[in-house]
Each structure stands twice: as structure tokens, then as C-alpha cells.
Ligand binder design. Structure first.
Ligand SMILES: [Zn+2]
Length: 490
């Protein structure tokens, strides 16, 4: 009886699923941003980001070195082109191994490489079904990995102890005994040291690692967080490993090219010197991008980058399809010395807001931005309610489509025909409601000459109070312009 069942089972499994000995290995770094932004020191942030990217994606990093030992090839090129190496970037690794033993051995070694720096990762090993790799192997494995990730216990806070000092950089781990002068833990010490390393995608460029040395036109800096729209869905739509490999490689290369070109267009002098003081990349992996930039150049740079990346990736028959890769962006403008960990959280909520807006607008690139006036670390929706809403009036029309950035910038430059004080007074005036505020704003036109008056009235007409069909709120874009006047170059 048992034998018959065994035979039936073998037959069914043979007919339905082509199980092989091959195993798909998946690895995700958990909460990359949480790890990178658990400190306020720029150099430690850069170092933390470098360590993850190095282990995950660098030619001489742990992942590729281990694959070399596993017979994936003797040169980096061989390994990267190996049919079982799917990709490893942006904190994700996907590789196929010949056997469970090999996959497990790799899992142990690579997990240790991350654990040395207390970087939490989740891994999963799945049997490969050759009949339909994407739907029968990759997607079930991704689902299982996600479940495993979210069922993990929450991190335990270490209790305060009178005998040990807490690290002053992360405020989380115990400071190591050796360094009495600076109260820093071992992890932050290594991260700080690695902060001086070159950025993987731009090994020939030098970027500042010290916030005080950032070249800023005013004292304002912008923290920019970007990511590609619907990348996960695009990947799920691919139908073979080869296409997946092609997709990952092409994505990294167009991001690199578009970023490089934006550096050239925005900071030509720094680019020709290969040394940058106005911009500092913090995260560049997969489709995730995070950098700090001189506030006055932020819109400019983001605009160039999103346009360039869309242009390079739009191709009916290419891996990204007709629409190409569209990006969503969150930009937080803040004072140079504003704490990064708070800034990052707000910038990320701006990114989420831009993503929502983008989804409502055919997935086109969208941008949301905010000027930090108060030090509240609230979610952006809450801040907007508090600072911009009066009854059924909203003093902002954010987020915007990336395609609107150019006209927004031009209008902000035009608004400079008003004096600084008048621009400053707009916030107060706009709070008076749409009728009275319009009257007050028109008074500014009295002393203008004819050409200026026309320019000004055009601005009020195009950017003043408006209520769109089906919308509950009256909105004006004038305050958005007023905020931007200092942040745009002519
Ligand atoms: Zn620390």
C-alpha cells in the first residue's frame, strides 16, 4: 500500500511540478534606511550605506567573492554573466545553486558577513521549478520571504546600565571600552571609518563627508529620496531569468548614466574637477536613491534626472516598456544642521505622498517637497493640515508632476519682481481667504510698470486660488512659489 502511494506521489509530482535539485536563494537586508539613519553624523551614515552596498554588490565585496569560491567563475565578468546569478544590488540578492547544501553554505557565510556589522537580513531557500521560474519559483519564494521578514520579533531595546555608556552616535548600542575619549560603539566606529570610501558607482569622484564642508548657497540643504514607480510589478511581468538579469543590469546602468549627466548639467565646474561639494549621494542601490544637495539646486537636479531616466528607458521592446522608468521623489528642505534621522523620516513620507499622486496620474514621475519651518517630526499629512489648511482653503497644491517642475521654477523666478518682504508677507495674506487675499495681492501691482504688472497678473491668474471639479478644497500655488523663490536659480 505504502509503495503504491509512493508511486502515485512520484508520478503526480513528475507530472505537475518539475522539481529539480536546484535551489533559489533569496536575501533581503531588513530596513536598510533604519540602519543607515540611526545616527546623525553624515560620515557614519555614508559608511553604513557603503558597508551594505559593498557586501551586497561590490566587485570585491562578500557576495561576489563567495560566488567565486562557489565556482561561478574566476573573473567578475564571468560571475555577473553566469546564468544562475540573477542579481545582487539594492540590498537584495537572488542566486540559483545546484544543491540545497551549496545554498545553505552560502546562506551561512553571507549572513555572517552582514551580522558582523549588526545588519539584519532575511533569507529564504526555495526549490526551483523549471516549468515556470517566475510564477512557480520566484513569486512563491518572494512571498515566503516577506512573511518571514514581517513575522520577526521587534528589536529589543537594550536597558540602560549605570556601568556602561551608550554610544553617542547611534544612541542604541553600548560604547566600547577602548575609546574613552569618544563614547562610540564598535559598529559606529567601523561605519565612521568606512565613510571615507569611494562611492561604488562613481569610483573616480570625490564627495564631501562632512556636513560643515558642504557647499551651500544659503544655509539650506535638501534631502532627496527617490524611487522607481512600480518596479516590483514590472519585475513580476518578466517571464524568464534572462530578462530578470537584463532588467537589473539595465536599471543600474541607466540610473548611473542619468545621475552622472545630471551632475554634469547641474554642477559643471565640480564635475570637471571630479570633486563635489554641492551634492552627496547617501544611497544608490537597485532603484533606491537618496542624496543631500544644495537646496538651490535640488529642483533643477531632480528635474534633469527624471527627464533623462525616462528618456533613456522608454522603449516599446526594451525591458522597461513604452513608459520607461518613472521616478517618484520626496524633497525636504531644511537647515544644514537639522538632524538627519528626523529629516529622513519626513522626506520618506514626502516620497510616499508623491507615489500616491503618481498612481493617480498614470504613473508619471511626481515630486512632493516641503520646507521645514518647525522642528516637528510629524508625518507630512499632519504637518500639511497644521500649517497649510484653513477651513476649506489649502495654501499648497503639492505634490506636483515632475513635468510641472520647469514651469514652477520659472514662475518662482518671476515672482522675484516682488521685494523679499512682500514675498514673505504672502503666507499671512493668503490666510485671509480667497477674496480678501486676492485684493491685497493686487495692491502690490499699483506701483509696477506695465510690463511688470502684466507678468504679475499672469502669475496671480495661473497660480492663484482654484477649485478643481469634484474637489472639496480651494487651493493656491502662490505660497509654493513664494517658498521656492530662494531655492531656484535663474
Ligand atoms: Zn553606535
Amino acid at each position: 500500500m505504502g509503495e503504491i502511494i509512493a508511486q502515485i506521489l512520484t508520478k503526480t509530482s513528475g507530472a505537475c511540478v518539475m522539481n529539480t535539485d536546484k535551489k533559489l536563494f533569496l536575501l533581503d537586508v531588513d530596513n536598510i534606511q533604519g540602519y543607515i539613519f540611526d545616527t546623525n553624523k553624515l560620515r557614519t551614515i555614508i559608511g553604513a550605506s557603503w558597508i551594505i552596498d559593498h557586501i551586497n554588490a561590490a566587485d570585491d565585496g562578500n557576495t561576489l567573492e563567495l560566488l567565486k569560491k562557489n565556482g561561478f567563475g574566476s573573473t567578475i565578468d564571468d560571475i555577473r554573466k553566469h546564468k544562475d546569478f540573477i542579481y545582487s544590488s539594492g540590498g537584495n540578492t537572488k542566486i540559483i545553486f545546484d544543491s540545497f547544501e551549496k545554498a545553505q553554505k552560502f546562506e551561512t557565510a553571507i549572513t555572517y558577513a552582514y551580522a558582523r556589522y549588526e545588519i539584519p537580513v532575511t533569507t529564504y531557500i526555495q526549490t526551483v521549478d523549471d516549468t515556470d521560474f517566475i510564477n512557480k519559483t520566484l513569486i512563491p519564494a518572494e512571498t515566503a520571504l516577506a512573511q518571514k521578514k514581517y513575522s520577526k520579533a521587534f528589536e529589543m531595546d537594550i536597558p540602560a546600565s549605570p556601568y556602561f555608556k551608550i554610544c553617542e552616535l547611534c544612541g542604541k548600542r553600548y560604547a566600547s571600552e577602548k575609546s574613552r575619549k569618544s563614547v562610540v560603539c564598535n559598529i559606529c566606529k567601523v561605519r565612521y571609518d568606512k565613510g571615507g570610501k569611494k562611492t561604488r558607482l562613481f569610483p573616480d569622484y570625490t564627495f564631501v563627508t562632512n556636513m560643515e564642508k558642504m557647499r551651500l548657497r544659503s544655509d539650506m540643504v535638501a534631502l532627496v529620496v527617490m524611487d522607481g514607480n512600480r518596479i516590483g510589478e514590472k519585475i513580476a511581468g518578466l517571464d524568464s531569468i534572462e530578462k530578470l538579469q537584463e532588467f537589473a543590469a539595465a536599471l543600474e546602468s541607466i540610473i548611473k548614466d542619468a545621475f552622472d549627466l545630471s551632475l554634469d548639467r547641474t554642477f559643471p565646474d565640480e564635475k570637471s574637477a571630479c570633486s563635489f561639494g554641492s551634492i552627496r549621494p547617501l544611497i544608490m542601490g537597485g532603484d533606491d536613491l537618496c542624496f543631500i544637495i544644495d537646496a538651490a539646486n535640488a529642483l533643477n537636479f531632480v528635474n534633469t534626472f527624471t527627464q533623462e531616466i525616462a528618456g533613456q528607458s522608454q522603449n516599446q521592446n526594451g525591458p522597461f516598456g513604452r513608459q520607461g522608468v518613472q521616478f517618484s521623489t520626496g524633497i525636504l528642505f531644511a537647515k544644514r544642521n537639522y538632524p538627519f534621522n528626523f529629516a529622513y523620516r519626513i522626506a520618506h513620507s514626502l516620497l510616499r505622498s508623491a507615489k500616491r499622486y503618481s498612481r493617480e496620474h498614470k504613473d508619471c514621475s511626481a515630486v512632493d517637497f516641503h520646507f521645514l519651518l518647525t522642528s516637528s517630526g510629524d508625518e507630512i499629512e499632519k504637518v500639511r493640515e497644521n500649517e497649510y489648511r484653513y477651513g476649506d482653503h489649502f495654501l499648497t497644491a503639492k505634490p506636483y508632476l515632475a513635468s510641472e517642475l520647469d514651469s514652477l521654477r520659472t514662475a518662482a523666478v518671476n515672482l522675484r519682481l516682488l521685494s523679499k518682504n512682500k514675498i514673505k508677507s504672502m503666507r499671512k495674506i493668503l490666510r485671509l481667504g480667497r477674496y480678501q487675499s486676492t485684493v491685497e495681492l493686487l495692491k502690490y501691482a499699483i506701483r509696477m510698470d506695465q510690463a511688470e504688472r502684466k507678468k504679475y497678473r499672469d502669475l496671480l491668474n495661473s497660480f492663484g486660488w482654484r477649485k478643481h471639479k469634484g474637489e472639496h478644497f480651494w487651493r493656491t500655488r502662490l505660497l509654493d512659489l513664494a517658498e521656492l523663490t530662494d531655492m531656484v536659480r535663474r
